[in-house]
Design a binder for this molecule. Structure first.
Ligand code: SAH
Length: 214
């Protein structure tokens, strides 16, 4: 944590507090518990997927500019760790509506994420959905539903439904590139519905597969 601060990756108090509060060891695969706080991605069992390295998680949380009261869609629930961090940052919505929706295509990982979030007390704020996140949620809806959309897998391009489901002024964060190397792209939705994009940094994620994926 201190290293992330001194490297300048961690900038805001909100992200720091969330990282301190959510127990990462409860989200890693049981056989990697001892490495929970190493700054590297860790394999999620034999699924071929990984929980992202803490520095990448921190970079993405900083760039998302999360605030209280926002509604967020995540594609790639994996372990549920990033979803829990985002839940800490946006707080609760009136009426008990869940502010975080996270989609996972692997049923095994969706179950893993659900169990982790249940055990750590986040299931009242996060909905884990099994499905193809490249189509958004609800699938193929063209309504602007989300203040923030974050994709934690490597996309070949920005999926159309994710652009449509982002609210005006909303922020979409997505690694775009080939299977081996990507650029983390931060896009803001302009009032005319187009996206204004900026490259944040190079990155390496597992592939986003599905109808609008690899
Ligand atoms: N955010 C996660 C790490 C995600 S790893 C965490 O905090 O642990 C990327 C995940 O994206 C993998 O679990 C993979 O199964 C999932 N994925 C890939 N393509 C997807 C798609 N089209 N829809 C939903 N999930 C997808």
């Amino acid at each position: 944590m201190e290293q992330l601060f001194s490297e300048g990756v961690l900038k805001s108090l909100g992200v720091r507090e969330a990282l301190l509060k959510v127990p990462r060891e409860e989200f890693v695969w049981p056989n990697t518990k001892r490495e929970s706080y190493a700054d590297s991605p860790l394999p999620l069992g034999d699924t071929g997927q990984t929980i992202s390295a803490p520095h990448m998680v921190a970079i993405m949380l900083e760039e998302l500019e999360l605030n209280r009261g926002q509604v967020v869609l995540e594609i790639g629930a994996g372990s549920g760790y990033n979803a829990a961090l985002m839940a800490e940052m946006v707080g609760r919505l009136p009426g008990g509506r869940k502010p975080i929706i996270t989609i996972e295509r692997s049923e095994k990982l969706a179950d893993f994420a659900k169990a982790n979030l249940e055990r750590t007390g986040y299931s009242d704020r996060i909905d884990v959905i099994t499905g193809d996140g490249t189509l958004g949620y609800p699938e193929k809806s063209q309504q602007p539903l989300y203040d923030r959309i974050t994709v934690t897998a490597a996309a070949p391009y920005v999926p159309r439904y994710l652009r449509l489901q982002l609210k005006p002024e909303g922020i979409l964060l997505i690694p775009v590139g080939d299977l081996w190397m990507q650029t983390l792209v931060k896009a803001k939705k302009l009032p005319d519905g187009t996206l204004k994009s900026r490259d944040v940094c190079g990155c390496m994620f597992v592939p986003l597969v599905g109808e609008n994926g690899h």
